[in-house]
Write a new protein. Sequence first.
Length: 325
Amino acid sequence: MARKVLVFAEVRENELRNVSFEALAAAKDIAAGGEVIGVVAGESVSGLAETLFHYGADRVITVENEKLKAYTNDGYSQAYLQVIDSVQPDAILMGHTAQGKDISPKLASKLSSGLISDATGIEIDGEDVIFTRPIYSGKAFEKKKVKEGLIFATIRPNNISVLEKDESRSGEVVNEDVEIKDLRTIVKEVVRKSTSGVDLSEAKVIVAGGRGVKSSEGFEPLNELAEVLGAAVGASRGACDADYCDYSLQIGQTGKVVTPDLYIACGISGAIQHLAGMSNSKVIVAINKDPEANIFNVADYGIVGDLFEVVPMLTEEFKKVLQTN
């Protein structure tokens, strides 16, 4: 059954987020030979349209409006609903990011549609589209499908393989004029923390520290390892509560949920709240002095030892390996 699938791409600092490409890959499967339509919204985003073609879009709709310069639920929902009304899609996909989690329930409500959130896998069974999503803080998984009506889902980053980039692909770009009025929220200024490195939510490799780092200076060996691996640095809630690092690095049930290819846990005991945010990582390496630490129960590889001795050794070994490759 061929379907028309709408993918709302997400832009951060004038660049498309990787999860948008993952959503395009999922859309290709769901479309089953139908049309995949990418949508990119903002103040000046027409230059991003070609990239969406390279990753699988058959057609691209650009929505440019000065009121979309900064994300607001009110402004973007108005724009998206007008695009949906114009396209009349069979399915809608977007990333399960902070923005996606904020706007998707409102869109679903306005459309009188169901919503399958935080999907980590998609299977096509005949005419059925079956989504896999975690429940009970990642301790179990459920499969869901939409029996009738609009298929609407959000995709968890780092779980669906991106299609190989094909720069020869191109297509029709449509500039959609939307009317945005009566904004109840206006962003006057965006103040960013001075952070550098890889985006935590989309990182393929994460080096995370817990209370075992003992201080803010204790993160320095982790930062060095992360730099060598091209990784992001994260933290447990315990490390954040102890003021060793900023809460923007928190991974867990009340922080970010991450699913990297490699997760290196340093001095993290493995509280259930933290495991909820990282236990679905593809490979988990745990470093802890306590051989009974709960983190070892989910780790693929465990190192019992002092992180301040082990992490610098790992950094040096990775440097040697990467230099020879």
